[in-house]
Design a protein around this ligand. Sequence first.
Ligand code: IPD
Ligand code: CA
Ligand code: CA
Ligand code: CA
Length: 263
Amino acid sequence: MARSAIINVMVQAAMKAGRSLARDFGEVQNLQVSLKGPGDYVSQADRKAEEIIHAELSRARPAYSFLMEERGAVAGDDDQHRWIVDPLDGTTNYLHGIPMFAISIALERQGQIVAGVIYNPAMDELFTAERGGGAFMNDRRLRVAARSKLSDAVITTGIPHLGRGHHGHALIELKNVMGEAAGIRRFGAASLDLAYVAAGRVDGYWERWLSPWDMAAGILMVKEAGGFCSDITGGQNMIDDGTIVAANEPVHRQLLRMLEKKS
Ligand code: IPD
Ligand code: CA
Ligand code: CA
Ligand code: CA
């Protein structure tokens, strides 16, 4: 499969950061770790990976702007192009030695996500998508799962960490989906949840209280694999709203119905 120039740039940045993350994986005692709030960790590994990605992408496209989890917004001369970067999605997993973490890079052009790369270095799984060009894992074309009934579906979600609050609300949603779906998983990295929906490994995913870098690349991945993505009201405000529901069309519809319930 021939990759476009822009995907190559993104893959190179993700792989270089991935090598840095892989080197430090399991060495948590040697990493500086701090808390942004209760249960919300950040480490030297997150910052190192972000620096690598920022340097690689800036070298390839010097004028583009950035939105990164750790450094925030960095304006470039070109505000029509913006990289949205999560240098380490799944920090808690990473710091616990759980190999479910990823680098997520999206490119936005005039407010529209046009390319996405998600890379899990521990499993050496590389997910790529380009608007109109399909979604791939390594060289294999991806397609969302075909199961149409929620009762046959395995659904993944995210659970708020200690400091986030909203635990009562999260429990109501969990109870409602749990009562209808075949099974529920919690992997701990939003970008991989979305990549797994795209790959048909899970049938659906929903989560609230996300940031743009958690989902920008994954949204394109799911859509390019033939899936549906919306915010929790069914609209297209995922990035601003911080909520997401992703699945094939029938499971997406049934999930939205479950998530509308208030008790
Ligand atoms: C987190 C992960 C997790 C999700 C959290 C995110 P981080 O990202 O994606 O699965 O439930 O809401 O903040 O902080 O590890 O990059
Ligand atoms: Ca974080
Ligand atoms: Ca994240
Ligand atoms: Ca992160």
